[in-house]
Design a protein around this ligand. Structure first.
Ligand code: ATP
Ligand code: MG
Length: 376
């Protein structure tokens, strides 16, 4: 695969969704969605419950027909093409293994109707067991497996037919946090090894960030942003995306003036004027939202060297998370700013960044301030 996995657009369109809408009666579940997915890509659909993720996946698989719009897979218009004639397999949100069948029977189940000899089928099942590292478990039944192992059997079963496209609907929903993390890496590895195009649905943003080369963020049936994990985090296109992905400080702001480099904004809730590096043109609105992530705020007890974007406040409280701490710093105007500070000093040193009631300086790089013209 020579495509740069972090590039924003795929060079070869394997899936092309063209202004697809799906209505159930009066209700619009998917609203004019357009997107392209490249061959061999691991693509994530991310959004809160009910935003239309499963519906979009089911249309790719052929279990639902779009009300309007078109879907192309591998250059072919999918209109009217039945699920079993598409080069697609889907692992459902609530996948079920057959409880009375062994692991290997489960994996081989979908191959029965393929034109394959028994030994070809056995070879394929063995290769799948290898891939998901469950060779030693081939003869067990599902109830003799852990949750993560069952998940891997379901994945092997979905991969056994060697689809060109695998759709995974919340594949890790049933797993606890630690196992989820581990299985995320396994899924990414399996995707890489097989080169099959994966579309993964999740409502867990960390999971989408870890797994995917690109993410589509959905809300009420529409795509709000489609980009690499890094770009949706660093350069969200709207206030909605900024607050959906990760943690963020959000304040109403007013545009005072712009020069070549910076937008100067008044932020009454903090009681300061800040300067933000301009990225593209603001469209003339004076009421803006300013946003910055807690880890982009530098906190110190001494005045920082530069006076640009510095503020003074008092530590109201903080939570200790081991590798870092989250501080809430109260501004004279009354609002709270969340600040993430890395704990790179060992406890016992008297040099912790700050503690309760400490007066501190906060400084934000103008490049770290995001400005949005959209309302909440
Ligand atoms: N067959 C149907 N008939 C009527 N409404 C439906 C149907 N299927 C889905 N919906 C509605 O469409 C919307 C989107 O549903 P969908 O299952 O795609 O959400 P989702 O993003 O997968 O959510 P979740 O994260 O909870 O699985 C929901 O409001 C749902 O109630
Ligand atoms: Mg769903």
């Amino acid at each position: 695969m020579d495509r740069d996995p972090l590039s924003a657009t795929p060079s070869d369109r394997f899936i092309s969704v063209r202004t697809v809408t799906k209505q159930f009666g009066q209700f619009t579940a998917v609203d004019r969605v357009s997107l392209d997915i490249g061959k061999g890509e691991l693509f994530a659909l991310l959004g809160s419950s009910g935003c239309g993720k499963t519906t979009l996946l089911r249309m790719l698989a052929g279990f639902e027909e779009p009300t309007s719009g078109q879907i192309f897979i591998d250059g072919e218009d999918m209109a009217g093409i039945a699920p079993y004639h598409r080069p697609v397999n889907m692992m459902f949100q609530s996948y079920a293994l057959f409880p009375h069948m062994t692991v290997e029977k489960n994996i081989g189940y979908g191959l029965k109707h393929e034109r394959m000899t028994k030994s070809e089928r056995d070879d394929r099942v063995a290769a799948m067991l290898d891939l998901v590292q469950l060779k030693a478990f081939a003869r067990r039944h599902p109830h003799q497996l852990s949750g993560g192992q069952r998940q891997r059997v379901a994945l092997a079963r979905a991969l056994a037919k060697q689809p060109k496209l695998l759709l995974l609907d919340e594949p890790l929903g049933a797993l606890d946090k630690k196992l989820r993390e581990q299985t995320q890496f396994e899924i990414a590895n399996i995707q890489y090894e097989t080169g099959i195009t994966f579309v993964v649905v999740t409502h867990d943003q960390e999971e989408a960030m870890t797994l995917a080369s690109r993410i589509a963020i959905m809300d009420s049936g529409s795509i709000r942003q489609l980009d690499t994990p890094k770009n949706v985090y660093e350069f969200p296109s709207s206030r909605f995306v900024a607050s959906f992905i990760g943690s963020v400080n959000l304040f109403d702001a007013e545009l005072v003036r712009q020069d070549d480099q910076f937008a100067h904004i008044a932020v009454p809730e903090i009681g300061v004027t800040l300067q933000a590096l301009r990225r593209g043109q603001l469209h003339g609105k004076t009421r803006l939202t300013c946003a910055f992530r807690p880890e982009k705020v530098h906190m110190s007890r001494q005045p920082p060297a530069s006076a640009v974007n510095t503020m003074q406040g008092v530590v109201q409280d903080f939570g200790y998370f081991g590798k870092d701490s989250l501080y809430r710093v109260k501004m004279p105007a009354g609002s709270l700013i969340r600040v993430n500070a890395t704990n790179d000093l060992r406890a016992g040193d008297d040099d912790i960044v700050a503690t309760w009631e400490d007066e501190v300086y906060l400084a934000i790089d103008p490049a770290a301030i995001m400005l949005f013209e959209d309302e909440a």
